[in-house]
Design a protein around this ligand. Structure first.
Ligand code: FEO
Length: 394
């Protein structure tokens, strides 16, 4: 996209990546993404806030040409990850007087990851300010969003908070600002689940820290910009601090139909008790959708067949992700089948140490489920219902 104006002398000059479908070779991007960068032209200094993914350096350079930028004083690097910092070496090469501004933790990362020379980097402390003449930047350290070196930058006179990944969404759009809150809510929730949820313990501190600021605009580095910041701040409060919901997430794999038969029966049994089930066939599902479902579910039930002597690899992958994503879940169980024995159940439960879940007795059957097995599934549904009721979720 060409440069667009956020406020007087503040421009969005990043790149929209409509076609990217995978991030970190792991995270699905069904709606593409964007790498937002911002230019501030104050009366004494010119500042670039973050850059873009190195695959799109040409877009950033073209936009700097469009604005006829002949010099840059500072490149504020809120985050060292390459989708935002990766074009910094090219910018520093083009503007030899430009200095990178970042946190002390970010400095060695930029030197290691991007081979930026030490003398081109200036670190700032939490709360430090920088006068640009008629505009002022305030730097707010915000570690673990989602790396240890991250910060926010607040442009005081224009009341714009630049948060890099925080509040972001992987959403390619030609709109500068949020125009459809339903669409952005989904994309931002997916982003939160995949990127921020593992660090949800520190998010309340960040929300408290920005509370006193007067914020007209939250300008993230992925997705559309929020000109009504309350929308995304309230969404984060709910995702991080909100109550668990009467939901069972049921990721499963079935090789020959036995586990599938159990899943079908079990979903009906839970449904009859008024419990919402979000079911995912792990041979086909979009892992991002599974992550989103975990944001506020109370219970996970893993549906697993045994392969060789352990869990199916797709189940192991999903359980590993659930453990590292660190959702608010309280209860877990396993349903599934085996042919001749093995260690599937022990493997699965051992992979969830971070979550400190209460394990509700699993239902593991030999071969295809029989009458007693269906009765056991009824008992499991009843046990989950009772747990949800004890926790006022029903
Ligand atoms: Fe969008 Fe953590 O980089």
């Amino acid at each position: 996209m060409k440069p667009r104006i956020l406020k007087e002398n503040v421009y969005s000059i990043g790149a929209v990546d409509w076609d990217r479908r995978l991030f970190d070779e792991l995270i699905p991007l069904p709606d593409g993404t964007s790498y937002n960068a911002y230019l501030i032209k104050a009366n004494e200094k010119t500042v670039l806030i973050d850059t873009v993914d190195p695959t799109m350096t040409d877009v950033l350079m073209h936009n700097l040409d469009e604005l006829n930028i002949k010099s840059i004083d500072y490149v504020v690097t809120n985050h060292a990850e390459q989708d935002h910092s990766g074009s910094s070496p090219a910018v520093l090469s083009r503007f030899p007087n430009a200095i990178v501004i970042c946190t002390p933790k970010c400095k060695p990362m930029l030197m290691d990851l991007l081979l930026i020379s030490e003398h081109r980097i200036k670190t700032v402390e939490d709360g430090e300010t920088l006068s640009l003449g008629d505009k002022t930047l305030e730097f707010i350290h915000a570690p673990w969003v989602h790396w240890p070196e991250t910060m926010f930058t607040y442009l005081r006179e224009d009341r714009i908070l630049f948060t890099c990944d925080f509040f972001g969404s992987h959403l390619a759009t030609s709109d500068l600002f949020v125009t459809n809150e339903t669409v952005v809510y989904e994309a931002a929730k997916r982003y939160y689940a995949e990127i921020m949820m593992p660090f949800r313990a520190v998010i309340p501190k960040h929300l408290e820290r920005i509370k006193p600021l007067q914020i007209d605009i939250i300008a993230t580095s992925h997705g559309p910009i929020y000109d009504k910041p309350k929308f995304i701040i309230d969404a984060y409060k709910d995702w991080v601090l909100g109550e668990l919901k009467n939901i069972v997430v049921l990721p499963y794999v079935s090789m020959h139909g036995s586990t599938r038969a159990m899943v079908r029966y079990f979903v009906d049994a839970l449904g009859e008790k008024g419990i919402t089930v979000k079911q995912f066939d792990l041979a086909r599902t979009d892992i991002g959708k599974l992550a989103m479902a975990l944001v506020d579910a109370a219970t996970i039930v893993i549906g697993a067949p045994q392969v060789l002597f352990g869990a199916h690899p797709n189940v192991a992958h999903a359980v590993f992700l659930a453990n590292v994503l660190h959702p608010k879940l309280k209860f877990a169980s396993v349903i599934g089948s085996y042919g001749w024995g093995g260690k599937m159940l022990e493997q699965i439960t051992a992979m969830l140490p971070n979550l400190k879940l209460e394990l509700i007795p699993p239902v593991i059957v030999k071969g295809y489920p029989k009458e007693d097995d269906y009765k056991a599934l009824d008992k499991l549904a009843e046990a989950i219902f009772n747990k949800h009721k004890e926790n006022n979720l029903v």
